[in-house]
Design a protein around this ligand. Structure first.
Ligand code: FAD
Ligand code: FES
Ligand code: MG
Length: 278
């Protein structure tokens, strides 16, 4: 059993939890993820390792409430336990030898980008962190991202906070102003990663994107996490989750990501008496 040490609401959609999992904390690197199961009837869901504290054995996860399992997880409190918490899974993000990087996060993707920015910054890479959110009340991790970067650029789609516009607008303005990066890391909605990659291709900048397809076993056996990269089928759980952003077939990934939407919606019944999720 894995105890919830700390729970912090970051905004109305996103919560941070520290889970006691010393073996995962000892090994996890930026870009890796865990798969958890709430109880014996629960499904397995993958979540990125947002941080670790080897002294206390805590692993930080940051999740967005989007469906049944994340809503039920959010009903748990400090001191409650999770049945399974398996990891670290996946391949760590490639950061070696990168001197100047742009890390681009979209919404919840900023939580997944945070450990990547931290790891780059810790090795001495000059990091421009571009963090985009739909609006002011959805901004998360601002001070953490500032600490993990050389320069933090926050933007909101509606202009309610910081600069108005998409992360691609900010990245383009930096590139047009003559900034150059050895590598761009883009993490967020598929459509955002598609357009960041299109832009960086024009400028010839190698780009890594973090793919989050449906995963079940997380160890390369079920085939659910297929993505097509450079015309070849890859399994995001073992070959990724990071891939060359210029080679990913985004349109296929977008189609696959909504394949089970009708079933997931059926699972999400809000209880009219308690407001909870059944
Ligand atoms: P559902 O209603 O079941 O699904 C909502 C949407 O979530 C689906 O349309 C689908 O796109 C996605 N999803 C559902 N089940 C899975 C699954 N088994 N595997 C992958 N995606 C699924 N989310 C976070 O909030 N924070 C993270 O740090 C994070 N890291 C991830 C890392 C990886 C490697 C992957 C593959 C996904 C990550 N996700 C993360 C997405 C997260 O796994 C899904 O949001 C979660 O599984 C939704 O479950 P649900 O039952 O609450 O919602
Ligand atoms: Fe099963 Fe990747 S999740 S092969
Ligand atoms: Mg689900």
């Amino acid at each position: 059993m894995y105890t919830i040490l700390r729970k912090q609401v970051l905004n109305r959609e996103v919560t941070r939890m520290d889970i006691l999992a010393p073996l995962v904390a000892a090994k996890a690197k930026a870009g890796q993820f865990i798969i958890l199961r709430l109880d014996e009837f629960g499904e397995r869901i993958p979540l990125t390792v947002a941080g670790t504290d080897t002294a206390s054995g805590a692993v930080t996860i940051i999740y967005q409430k989007v469906g049944k399992t994340t809503f039920v997880l959010d009903e748990l409190s400090e001191g409650d336990t999770l049945l399974d918490f398996v990891g670290p899974l996946g391949t760590p993000t490639h950061i070696v030898g990168v001197e100047r990087a742009a890390v681009v996060g979209g919404g919840l993707g900023c939580a997944i980008a945070w450990p990547v920015a931290k790891a780059l910054h810790a090795q001495g890479t000059e990091v421009d962190m571009i963090a985009g959110f739909r609006s002011k009340e959805l901004v998360i991790l601002e001070s953490e991202l500032a600490q993990a970067s050389t320069r933090l650029h926050v933007c909101t789609d509606d202009g309610s906070y910081a600069d108005r516009g998409f992360v691609t607008d900010k990245l383009k303005s930096l590139l047009d102003a003559g900034q150059r990066f050895d590598k761009v890391y883009a993490i967020g909605p598929l459509i955002m990663m598609k357009f960041v990659s299109r832009l960086t291709k024009e400028f010839g900048i190698p780009t890594l994107v973090s793919m989050n397809p449906i995963m079940v076993d997380g160890t390369g056996m079920c085939g659910c996490c297929r993505v097509t990269v450079g015309g070849k089928v890859k399994f995001a759980c073992v070959d990724g989750p990071d891939f060359d952003g210029h080679e990913v077939d985004y349109d296929e990934a977008i189609r696959r990501s909504v394949a089970y939407k009708p079933f997931e919606t059926q699972k999400l019944h809000a209880c009219k008496l308690t407001g909870g999720v059944l």
